[in-house]
Design a protein around this ligand. Structure first.
Ligand SMILES: Nc1ncnc2c1ncn2[C@@H]1O[C@H](COP(=O)(O)OP(=O)(O)O)[C@@H](O)[C@H]1O
Ligand SMILES: [Mg+2]
Length: 230
């Protein structure tokens, strides 16, 4: 198979014109790639969590790239042209939101907030407003509306699911891509690398923040997420 792309956490292999194989690596990075490590078994755990959420989203009517699991490290997905946006939904204050606005972690927002960043390692994923997205022709107005509505629906579905596991979905990042026929799909991964999961009672992190901030062992934490999701 042809390797189409190797990123920080995954490899994308071409199956045919329509489908790709997405492989989870054991690598973990933070702070724009400045901090970098490997945890044997991390790819396996993340793939398990991601499969679980994509299956739930598909069952709830969200169009995603997920086709099927192949093995412990790989899943099959629809090949898309990735839209140049990262979409962040926030329910609680955390991370860059706190740094940007000088607020403390762990405050519940009065309603979910959708933020957009340009997906560009070179530019360090800058925050962008909706008018600028349209002026720069990053996506069409219709696509932007669909993306925002879908992100909020994903938030509802995942938040509900996580609360059953005694977890809060504090915030998360989504990516979208366009299939050859023009359909927009939710792509990439849904894992503790891309979401903030907090214990419902203590607000303790069960996600990549344990690695970013050296708060706990990454593997033990990700295993706990898998355990709680059952
Ligand atoms: N279905 C898909 N079709 C095409 N590209 C995809 C698909 N799903 C994810 N991708 C892209 O593959 C890459 C996954 O590798 P990753 O390690 O997450 O990269 P990065 O270091 O850029 O975050 C991302 O750039 C993501 O946008
Ligand atoms: Mg990525």
């Amino acid at each position: 198979m042809k390797l189409l792309y190797e990123g920080k956490a995954k490899k994308v292999w071409e199956i045919d014109d329509e489908r790709v194989l997405i492989e989870f690596k054991d690598d973990v990075t933070a702070f724009d790639g400045l901090k970098k490590d490997q945890y044997k078994g991390k790819g396996f755990l993340n793939k398990k969590v991601s499969d679980h959420f994509f299956e739930i989203l598909e069952n709830n009517g969200i169009k995603t790239h997920y086709i099927k699991s192949i093995d412990d490290r790989n899943f099959e997905a629809w090949k898309t042209t990735v839209l140049p946006l990262e979409v962040v939904v926030r329910n609680y204050t955390a991370g860059s939101f706190c740094r940007r606005y000088g607020v403390e972690r762990g405050k519940k927002l009065s309603k979910p907030l959708v933020e957009f960043m340009i997906k560009s390692d070179e530019l360090h994923d800058p925050l962008i407003c909706e008018d600028s997205i349209l002026l720069l022709n990053l996506v069409t107005e219709e696509d932007l509306k669909y993306i925002k509505e879908t992100a909020l629906k994903v938030n509802e579905i995942l938040s509900g699911e996580l609360s059953k596991a005694n977890l809060i979905l504090a915030d998360f990042k989504l990516e979208f891509g366009k299939k050859a026929d023009g359909e927009i799909l939710l792509i990439d991964e849904i894992t503790p690398d891309t979401c903030r999961f907090w214990d419902s009672e203590t607000l303790e992190s069960l996600d990549k923040d344990v690695y970013r901030e050296d708060k706990a062992d990454l593997l033990t934490t990700y295993e706990e997420v898998v355990r709680r999701l059952g």
